[in-house]
Write a new protein. Structure first.
Ligand SMILES: Cc1ncc(C[n+]2csc(CCOP(=O)(O)OP(=O)(O)O)c2C)c(N)n1
Length: 575
């Protein structure tokens, strides 16, 4: 956590501000699995010695650790990106039944516009189906303030409370007022089977309780200052929550607003009251028509976005078009192509797979970039864990030349059950674990197979080769993929064998290792301009204007994979 350099104010991102708020409110336990844009919440919390923070192996585990800490009597917090909450859906859906002991906050950080995710998903809908109250801050300051209210609601109403951030709030920085930490007060744990043991009879009774609680929460939401009517020019009244409020306020500062911070249960009476005070009502929201549906149910007349705005992020400059009811214009594509780092140890794995003409079922991590041209050597990617389970289905259909790939962090997250399933259901073939000994994609967080905790303390290390063996793999090979020839040969040997094999391609992530070796030598006179070297998609290799190859010595770390690709001795090792 950044130092409080100027008195009581710190420049904090939404994630950091939320973490600071939770710290000040006496948070004791926090659990998460990394995921953009939520990762910085736990990273910030891990810096406080008073907080027992953990990277859990996946979101379901994180959720259960946090919720059970609350049941035990400690204030707790779960955080994840939007899709992380899908992994935690099973405990989430019953958490409103079991309620809390001390306050429990569920933070979801959604990613409108799909900057860094496998889908676009509006988790406001999840709060509603899980029957959990939902708070939506509009800024880092509010993220901090709302934590206080979230803990209060959680404890007063015996319910988990969801706080929803989106990328722009999670990553935007603002000067935030800070305070002291309140002393953490442990609540007494009471054995209460009808409330804590969700067997059908108990669950049914709790189901009835939830509806009563929601009715009380609705009254509370109506009166909450988090739902605020701002009356100015009464010609136009905007109804908005989250970052959308800031966008429309920036463009139309003189209009009237119904700013919604407590969005489920929806403050119906206040919405009706507001609609009567202004001439015309506009709803401005990102993604799903969540607020629009609420107003429709209430019979409030309003103008809504063109449905094309349900996809992607909003921006302040879209507002005039939205108000005109115009369709969304195509957004300009991103200009910079994502690419693996120079020397990344995932690259030679894909080179080996390509040489073996493999159909590759992929997963999520830096290695997903193996799908992009010119490498083009990863052919499916659905969700975390599916690199292995998709292997099973595709192998059933194609019979030969299929390989499943998965990163080390992802393997621990949801890959292990897939491997057990392969063994149990007698599937043969090859899985490769791309083990760079970190969670690189989301900022190099540790996981059980690194042997370190979130606080950097050494801990029991999960030995992946042992795990693979006990899951039922017949062969487990460990290879350094930077030895590209060996990698290629091993893939060839294992790919269609009548055995279940795992290759652990182990080489520390370049961002951690940071070592640089001599760049290879380019012998122009041998170059046939075949450009096979460019097919490995290394940022250090480019085609010059004269058609020859340029090796950027600044970028090159000397992995020498390009040497392997050249059959004409035009790129040679610099001994
Ligand atoms: C359910 C879910 N949780 C979290 C994420 C964010 N995320 C994407 S890939 C990944 C793990 C990447 O680590 P690893 O598998 O080791 O591959 P690497 O990036 O190191 O190559 C994470 C945490 C996600 N996309 N989906």
């Amino acid at each position: 956590m950044k130092k409080d350099l100027c008195g009581r104010v710190m420049l904090l991102s939404g994630d950091e501000a939320l973490a600071r708020g939770a710290y000040e409110e006496g948070l004791v336990v926090a659990a998460s699995y990394p995921g953009t844009p939520a990762s910085e919440i736990l990273e910030s919390l891990s810096k406080f010695k008073e907080i027992d923070a953990q990277w859990s192996i996946n979101e379901k585990v994180a959720f259960e650790v946090a919720l059970s800490s609350s049941i035990g009597g400690l204030r707790s917090l779960y955080a994840s990106k939007h899709v992380g909450l899908n992994v935690a859906m099973d405990p989430l859906m019953t958490s409103s039944y079991i309620g809390v002991g001390a306050g429990f906050i569920i933070v979801t950080a959604d990613d409108p516009g799909i900057h860094s995710s496998q889908n676009e998903q509006d988790n406001r809908l999840i709060a509603e189906i899980a029957k959990i109250p939902l708070l939506e801050p509009s800024s880092p300051s509010e993220a901090k303030l709302f934590v206080k209210e979230a803990f209060k609601i959680s404890e007063d109403f015996d319910t988990p409370v969801m706080m929803r951030l989106t990328t722009r709030i999670a990553h935007t920085k603002e000067n935030v007022e800070i305070g002291e930490r309140k002393e953490a007060v442990q609540k007494e744990f009471k054995i209460d089977m009808p409330k804590h043991v969700m067997v059908p009879k108990n669950a049914y009774k709790r189901r009835l309780e939830i509806e009563k609680r929601l009715a009380r929460l609705k009254e509370y939401s109506e009166a909450s200052p988090l739902n605020r009517i701002e009356l100015n020019d009464k010609k136009i009244g905007f109804i908005a929550s989250g970052v959308s409020y800031l966008y429309v306020k920036e463009m139309y500062p003189d209009a009237s607003f119904f700013k919604i911070g407590f969005s489920f249960p929806f403050p119906e009476k206040k919405a009706v009251e507001f609609s009567k005070k202004v001439k015309e009502v506009f709803v401005i929201e990102e993604l799903e028509p969540f607020l629009e549906r609420k107003l429709k149910e209430l019979g409030i007349k309003f103008k809504a976005r063109h449905p094309s705005y349900r996809i992607g992020e909003l921006r302040p400059e879209y507002m005039p078009d939205i108000i005109k009811g115009a369709e969304k214009k195509e957004e300009p594509g991103t200009t910079r192509k994502p690419v693996m780092c120079p020397g990344c140890s995932h690259r030679p794995v894909f080179w080996a797979l390509k040489k073996n003409k493999a159909i590759v079922t992929g997963d999520i991590g830096c290695y997903t970039l193996g799908a992009l041209p010119p490498l083009g050597a990863l052919h499916t990617c659905l969700c975390m864990g599916a690199g292995i389970t998709f292997f099973e289905g595709i192998k059933k259909a194609l019979k030969k030349n299929v390989v499943g790939v998965i990163g080390d962090s992802t393997f621990v997250h949801t890959g292990i059950p897939g491997l057990i399933n392969l063994a149990y259901n007698k599937t043969k073939g090859l899985i490769i674990i791309l083990d760079n000994s970190t969670t690189a994609m989301t900022g190099n967080q540790p996981h059980p197979a690194t042997g370190y905790t979130i606080k950097g303390e050494p801990t029991k290390k999960l030995i992946l080769e042992n795990v693979c063996k006990v899951c039922g793999a017949d062969n487990v090979d460990i290879v350094d993929p930077r030895n590209a020839k060996e990698m290629e040969k091993l893939v060839k040997k294992r790919i269609n064998e009548d055995a279940l094999s795992v290759i652990i391609a182990r080489s520390l992530c370049r961002l951690i290792e940071k070592k640089k070796y001599k760049a290879p030598l380019y012998k122009k006179e041998n170059c046939k301009k075949c450009y096979i070297c460019l097919s490995i998609d290394c940022p250090a290799l480019t085609k010059s204007v004269d058609g020859f190859i340029n090796i950027d010595e600044e970028l090159c770390v000397g992995c020498n994979l390009c040497v392997e690709t050249c059959s004409f001795n035009a790129i040679v090792k610099n001994a």
